[in-house]
Design a protein around this ligand. Structure first.
Ligand code: C5P
Length: 222
């Protein structure tokens, strides 16, 4: 079954209100740097004590020693998932993996904010962002990273070539015609075998976030 992760891209007060409404619901909660800076370790402990799995989306990219220590700290405060950047390189990824005992590491390949101009910036031999992302997904696999962030459109291929857990953001109920490469409906993402859907604005901007979460859970449950 596809897991659902709610991206808490909101301020602390709203985040606590939403998670209060979602208590008892089988969702993972994603906390990024702004909310972590506002709520600190106590927020993570609160979410854990309410029974949620916590996904820390810090997209770590630093020297191996710092990343390894960050992984251990994330684990100590109870996080269940943590993101690391594939661009950190093999030593960084392996150091992260060696420190990960209970936590699942999710690799980020190429941020969706980049376009083909990024390949030029890197002077990359890869002709498309997709090729670079696939090559980086293989590097994640080799380093023992557990999962990878990818679009619904790549999920099946990446899963088949790497076996990694596929974590899919860019979920939209109405497909944006201008952005078909990056976004997808929850139905489509589930049909592509996504292991986890990450949904932010479709939930937090909806009139009834709790009902929206349940609607997505029904889709994910098949
Ligand atoms: O677009 P939406 O608000 O649903 O985004 C949900 C989350 O997905 C955001 O927290 C964003 O940081 C994350 N995201 C990501 N990688 C992408 C696109 C979005 O981690 N390529």
């Amino acid at each position: 079954m596809t897991k659902i992760c709610v991206a808490l891209d909101i301020e602390l007060k709203r985040a606590l209100d939403l998670t209060g409404q979602l208590k008892g619901t089988d969702v993972i909660l994603k906390v990024g740097p702004p909310l972590l800076m506002e709520g600190g370790r106590q927020l993570i402990e609160t979410l854990k004590s309410e029974g949620f799995d916590v996904f820390l989306d810090l997209k770590l990219h630093d020297i191996p020693n710092t990343v390894a220590r960050s992984v251990r700290q994330a684990q100590l405060i109870g996080a269940d998932y943590l993101t690391v950047h594939a661009f950190g390189g093999r030593e960084m990824l392996e150091a992260a993996r060696e420190s990960a005992e209970t936590i699942k590491l999710i690799g980020v390949t190429v941020l969706t904010s980049h376009d083909e101009g990024f390949l030029h910036f890197l002077n990359s031999k890869y002709k498309t962002i997709g090729e670079l992302a696939k090559a980086l997904a293989l590097r994640l696999k080799e380093a023992g990273i557990h999962g990878v962030v990818c679009s619904a459109h790549e999920a099946r291929e990446i899963k088949e070539s790497t076996g990694l857990m596929t974590v899919v953001p860019g979920i939209r109920f109405e497909q944006d015609k201008g952005d078909q490469r990056r976004t997808a409906t929850p139905q489509y993402a589930v049909s592509q075998g996504a292991d986890m859907l990450v949904v932010g604005r479709e939930i937090i901007n909806s009139e009834n976030p709790k009902e929206k979460v349940h609607e997505i859970l029904r889709i994910a449950g098949g």
